[in-house]
Ligand binder design. Structure first.
Ligand code: SF4
Ligand code: SF4
Length: 155
């Protein structure tokens, strides 16, 4: 049994992880593990990096093809795609965000892990609107790169 089936929260052992070199380039990590009929990520990727065996299969990202552009992040209805780029001791995490208030560039926000626990603060570097989903890039310490998956804006 997978860890998330017991806890309801994904852990790193449930995921196919990129290499250090791929993380330095910046790649999309698809935290989508349930077999559901869905594929906007496949259709959106401009370099055809994401593939699925069939519409009910889980998507697989070819990390060597992925450019880390982030176009897939805002189209995923499951809010399950995160781009992680590790550089100069920092991790840039691009994540989907659908709450208010909307963060602004330069703001320090709480960063949360997959359980919703606060793990410190991150600096907002980019905010882009994609329909009702904001795609936010936040900078955190490198060691939090594979843990932070949400933000909270408290003013
Ligand atoms: S980040 Fe860009 S290149 Fe990578 S899988 Fe998503 S859409 Fe494709
Ligand atoms: S769009 Fe999101 S939920 Fe749908 S298959 Fe892709 S990663 Fe999974």
């Amino acid at each position: 049994m997978k860890v998330y089936e017991k806890t309801g929260v994904l852990s790193l052992s449930d995921l196919r992880l990129p290499s250090k070199k791929q993380l330095e380039k910046g790649v999309a990590i698809l935290e989508c593990v349930q077999e559901i009929p869905c594929n906007p990520c496949v259709d959106t990727c401009p370099v055809n990096a994401i593939s699925m065996k069939d519409i009910n299969a889980v998507p697989v990202n070819d990390y060597d093809k992925c450019t880390g552009c982030g176009k897939c992040v805002g189209v995923c209805p499951g809010l399950a795609i995160f781009v992680v780029k590790i550089k100069d001791g920092k991790a840039l995490i691009t994540l989907p965000y659908e709450f208010l208030p909307v963060p602004v560039v330069g703001e320090n926000v709480h960063v949360l892990d997959r359980t919703g626990k606060k793990r410190g603060f991150g600096l907002v570097k980019r905010v882009v609107k994609n329909g009702k989903t904001m795609v936010v890039t936040v900078e955190v310490d490198e060691k939090l790169g594979m843990d932070v998956r949400n933000i909270r804006v408290e003013r």
